[in-house]
Each structure stands twice: as structure tokens, then as C-alpha cells.
Design a protein around this ligand. Structure first.
Ligand SMILES: C[S@@+](CC[C@H](N)C(=O)[O-])C[C@H]1O[C@@H](n2cnc3c(N)ncnc32)[C@H](O)[C@@H]1O
Length: 260
């Protein structure tokens, strides 16, 4: 566990100066925001927990939206440098350096927990079960969970998981360590086993990611604001694929909305 903490302490630090994926992170934020807006609970709620703060450091993240909706927004991350950078950007955020597999909160604390692609960075598949159990514990009865993971049914991701991480890094196919993950069925099974009731599922981020990240990097350096905005709009147009029966094969993330 300590080596993972160390990894997430040093890896994002390399990005913090130059922000090489600034434009791409805007698309990532837009996809996450659209999902969270769609699945935000209908009844008024007071507290929300976000399980990593990477998005809040390398883009706008979900902080402005969450703060427009609830009084208390809490966020954790295993990386101390990510937590302190997030606190600088969102001073009203209540933060803790913590591992999502062992949360420093009492049971039945939160009305909503948002976990965007945090649980797909563990080496051991069983750690997803441990983390989902923790997310269940800290939600109050009736509280809701919005959880996304890399989608194992997408053939590109299945191939990525079959290849050694060193090779993926050498080919620049992944920016950081990626671990075990699940497809839509596996994710539903996992949250049900923890005690949740599944309300909804989705598959999101349908643009060809490797190409899109590369183009975003080029446009960030060489294009003006209007061209960058046109590019972001074209990436969002791919989200129409989420309405097709083929969505499980094209989407990068599988998402579940569940209630305790
Ligand atoms: C690559 S990012 C997450 C991606 C981002 N949320 C997104 O949707 O693209 C992984 C983040 O999770 C954090 N993290 C990794 N393992 C963690 C753990 N066990 N508990 C809490 N945070 C963790 C890392 O420090 C990093 O900020």
C-alpha cells in the first residue's frame, strides 16, 4: 500500500508544472459533469464525498458544481500533493489524505458519494470489493453512489489490461498506472454484493481516446481558443454512441448509480 501511495505522490507532480493534458482534462470533466448532473439525487442533500481529487487539480473537476448543490463537499486522495493542490484551488473543500479502501469517516456519514475512476488503479481485483464496501459503509441509509471504472467490455481496454504496464508506458498508451477493472455486469454484481440496490447504469466517454488525447495535446500547444472549443464540441458528439446497443464496446467508462 505504501508503494502505491508513493507512486501517486510522485507521478502527478511531474504534470503539475506544464499541465500537458489541460485540454483533454476539459473533455474528461465535461463527460463526468454530464453524468453527475444526470444522476444527481432529486431530493435535497447536504453532504457529498469525492474519492479522488485528480480532476480538481488538473482541470476544473466537479467542485464548482458540487458546491452549487450542497453545503459540505468532502474529498479524499491517497496523494498528499494532490490533496494540497486541490485545497489551494477549492479552499472550501473539506479534504483528507486517505485511502479509499480505508476511509477516515464514521459509518452513515454522507448523502452521496462520487467515485470517478478511482477504484480502477488497484493491483489486486479484490481491492475493488474492499473499496466498494467502504463506500457502502460511509453512506447513510438511502444515500446514493455514483461510481465509474474503466470499462473492461471495451476491447481496447481489455487489450490494455492484458498487456504489461511497462510496455504500455513505453508506448505512451497510458499516462499512469491502471489496475484491475470490471465490465457493466461485473460492476453491478460488485455493488449489489456490497448491499447496494442498482438504480441505473451507463457507459460514457465514447471518443477514440488515444487519438483524442494526442490531438488535444497538439491543439493545446498550437491552436487558438475557437479551434480548441470546436474540438471539444466534436468530442462530446461521440457521446451519442451511448444510446446505441453497441455502447458497451465503444465507451471508455462503465458507470453505476446505486442506493444504500
Ligand atoms: C488517474 S486518477 C483518477 C482519474 C480521474 N478521477 C478521472 O476521472 O480521470 C487516480 C487518482 O486516484 C488517486 N488514488 C489512487 N489510488 C487511490 C486510493 N487507494 N485511494 C484514494 N485515492 C487514490 C490518485 O492519487 C489520483 O489522484
Amino acid at each position: 500500500m505504501n508503494s502505491q501511495r508513493q507512486y501517486w505522490e510522485t507521478t502527478p507532480r511531474k504534470w503539475q508544472g506544464e499541465q500537458p493534458q489541460r485540454l483533454w482534462r476539459q473533455h474528461s470533466d465535461a463527460v463526468n459533469l454530464a453524468l453527475v448532473q444526470r444522476w444527481w439525487p432529486d431530493e435535497p442533500i447536504e453532504s457529498v464525498l469525492k474519492t479522488d481529487l485528480f480532476d480538481e487539480v488538473f482541470g476544473e473537476g466537479l467542485c464548482p458544481f458540487m458546491h452549487s448543490k450542497v453545503r459540505t463537499v468532502s474529498g479524499i486522495d491517497i496523494s498528499e500533493s494532490i490533496v494540497s493542490a486541490a485545497r489551494m484551488r477549492c479552499p472550501e473543500l473539506q479534504t483528507a489524505v486517505a485511502d479509499v479502501r480505508s476511509l477516515p469517516f464514521a459509518s452513515d456519514t454522507f448523502d452521496l458519494t462520487i467515485s470517478n475512476s478511482t477504484l480502477d488503479h488497484f493491483e489486486a481485483a479484490g481491492d475493488i470489493t474492499v473499496a466498494v464496501g467502504e463506500l457502502y459503509r460511509v453512506l447513510r441509509p438511502g444515500g446514493q453512489l455514483v461510481l465509474t471504472l474503466d470499462n473492461l467490455c471495451n476491447p481496447k481496454i481489455a487489450l490494455r489490461y492484458a498487456l504489461p504496464f511497462r510496455l504500455l508506458r513505453a508506448l505512451s498508451l497510458v499516462p499512469y498506472f491502471v489496475g484491475s477493472t470490471l465490465g457493466p455486469r461485473g460492476l453491478c454484481r460488485e455493488v449489489r454484493q456490497a448491499g447496494f440496490q442498482v438504480i441505473d447504469t451507463a457507459v460514457v466517454m465514447h471518443c477514440p481516446r488515444v487519438i483524442a488525447v494526442a490531438i488535444a495535446g497538439l491543439l493545446q500547444r498550437h491552436a487558438g481558443y475557437p479551434a480548441q472549443q470546436r474540438f471539444l464540441r466534436s468530442l462530446m458528439a461521440f457521446e451519442k454512441l451511448s444510446r446505441l446497443p453497441t455502447r458497451s464496446f465503444t465507451g471508455h467508462f462503465v458507470a453505476v448509480r446505486a442506493v444504500k
